[in-house]
Design a protein around this ligand. Structure first.
Ligand SMILES: Nc1ncnc2c1ncn2[C@@H]1O[C@H](COP(=O)(O)OP(=O)(O)OP(=O)(O)O)[C@@H](O)[C@H]1O
Ligand SMILES: [Mg+2]
Length: 504
């Protein structure tokens, strides 16, 4: 087992052109501790750790690793110092086994791998691990929690002694997240590894983190021990005001009018996953139907079918009683909006500007939904400016490519675009993914306001608390099927959890 090392950052500055992403930022991470790096969307958290890991070069300041001044100019430098990072998206190769992934991730893989001795070595290594992952199983068939554990095992196998986790639990279910964070904390406290964790979830901070550093608009906003800081203190440091999120108010009851009707919907099985086989889902006007389920149980396929990215084998989807295939004309005619998963990949063009991405939906639409063949540049810029202000989007400039925005700011852009104007049917997948506490509250309030105004909302979310807060009715999906349906009022989370696992 390796031993944990400490890291200090002193007076770090980083700018992109004239935009200062970090100014005079310092932090001190004790060896063997779990350190939380917190701050609102665009505060500079990912930028700071990318500087430490050698993905960006700092413009000012110094890193001190294990007591020594370190010059980190490229990822290999960080690697040599024992610094590693686990990304939000997975970096393992799905078609290879865990063992193959581990061996191939080494810097010094021989040209001809002696698998027998490698596997024997890996088995010995695995004996020393506090938790197990199956070596001979294909990564693609592992659940998200197992994959995340494999990512951590890989870092230990690469003898990393300091590990950054950037929003590691966003893809995990609550029990998986609790298990993973517990394992990581135990590793740190046993002195094997030092952990920096970036998260927006204050419950995770309270339960698993020792000390925090809070950034705000690229500067230090505070730091301290979690023992001395409650959620209100942390929120105040992050957004500059103590913020007590209120539950959004539900007004009026769902109407009798079914706006979205899905029936007998089937899709082909794909890459080891079962296809969809949905008897029926209805969403009424002024109603939020929440789809609960462990990720990977067909929710993604459903959103893809409803968004027109995946064909159905059979079955029907109707909106306002008319067949609906999600063409651009149909979605415009019925005012249907879709917020997909991974919006940067599925809902944006990363190389296009923030202005253009904010206008993707309406750039060729004139007054009264008429078709327009010329681009109203001034109108697009003005609309974008309004959305940037209303959704608090932090961007170096409206003409920056959307791909350089922080994770939470990309999410805000897509929300701004999809929630803008009249919406009759709103389909949202994990709307608050990567958002900071204040933006989460604002987004939930906006979704509820749309519902109160008569929008039919299909909310697909891995966050059961979110579903319980927003939904009028809950539908549980398991292995591509609807296995249970209940009113949200008085719903028992334990019972929902059992249905999510396919138990009755
Ligand atoms: N390559 C880049 N070019 C220009 N600006 C950038 C680049 N990378 C980051 N930025 C800007 O730096 C700021 C900080 O971004 P960063 O990704 O560090 O935020 P974050 O704290 O991780 O936010 P989030 O919680 O949303 O993930 C953002 O305003 C972002 O637009
Ligand atoms: Mg980030």
């Amino acid at each position: 087992m390796t031993t944990a090392i400490g890291v200090e950052a002193v007076g770090i500055g980083k700018h992109f052109g004239s935009f200062h992403a970090l100014s005079d930022v310092s932090l001190k991470v004790r060896p063997g501790s779990v350190h939380g790096l917190l701050g609102e969307n665009g505060a500079g958290k990912s930028t700071l750790v990318k500087c430490l890991l050698g993905y960006y070069r700092t413009d000012e300041g110094q890193f001190i690793v294990d007591g020594r001044e370190a010059s980190i100019e490229r990822p290999a430098d960080a690697d040599a110092l024992g610094l590693g990072m686990v990304y939000q998206h997975f970096t393992l190769v799905p078609s290879m086994t865990v063992a193959e992934n581990l061996v191939m991730s080494r810097q010094n893989v021989p040209n001809i791998v002696n698998w027998r001795s490698e596997i024997a070595g890996l088995k010995r290594f695995m004996e020393t691990m506090p938790f197990k992952v199956p070596l001979e199983v294909q990564v693609g068939s592992l659940a998200a929690g197992e994959r995340q554990k494999t990512e951590i095992v890989k870092q230990l196998y690469l003898q990393r002694r300091f590990l950054v986790l950037d929003e590691p639990t966003s893809v995990l279910t609550p029990p998986e997240a609790t298990e993973m964070l517990g394992l990581v904390r135990d590793l740190a406290h046993s002195g094997a590894l030092t952990i920096v964790i970036i998260t927006h979830k204050l419950k995770e901070v309270a339960a698993f983190v020792d000390e925090v550093t809070v950034l705000r608009r690229g500067r230090m906003a505070g730091s301290g021990s979690v023992r001395d800081l409650g959620p209100a203190d942390l929120t105040a440091m992050m957004i500059g005001e103590p913020h007590a999120p209120k539950n959004p108010e539900r007004q009026g009851i769902p109407s009798a009018e079914a706006r979205l009707v899905v029936s007998g919907l089937r899709t082909a099985p794909d890459a080891g996953r079962k296809g969809l086989s949905i008897g029926s889902i209805e969403v009424h006007a002024r109603e939020i139907v929440g789809i609960a389920g462990v990720s990977g149980n067909g929710q993604k396929d459903l959103v893809e079918v409803l968004g027109g990215q995946r064909p159905a084998e059979s079955g029907s989807v109707t909106v306002d009683g008319a067949p609906y295939r999600a063409s651009r004309t149909e979605s415009l005619a019925h005012d249907v909006r879709v917020l997909p998963e991974e919006p940067l990949r599925n809902g944006c063009v990363p190389s296009m500007t923030v202005v253009d991405n904010l206008n993707l939906r309406g750039f060729d639409v004139g007054p009264g939904k008429s078709h327009r063949s010329w681009l109203d540049r001034a109108g697009m810029a003005a609309r974008a400016r309004n959305m940037i202000a209303a959704y608090g989007i932090r961007t170096p400039s409206p003409s920056a490519p959307i791909g350089v925005l922080s994770g939470g700011n990309v999410q805000r852009c897509v929300l701004a675009r999809e929630l803008d104007g009249d919406v009759r049917l709103l389909i949202v997948a994990n709307p608050c993914f990567g958002l900071d506490v204040k933006a989460v509250a604002e987004t939930r309030t906006r979704i509820m306001a749309a519902r109160n105004a008569g929008t039919a909302v299909l909310l697909i979310s891995e966050d059961l608390d979110e579903i319980l807060e927003l939904a009028d009715r809950i539908v549980v999906m398991h292995e591509g099927q609807v296995v249970h349906e209940m009113p949200a009022k008085g719903a028992d989370p334990q019972e929902i959890g059992r249905h999510m696992l396919g138990q009755h």
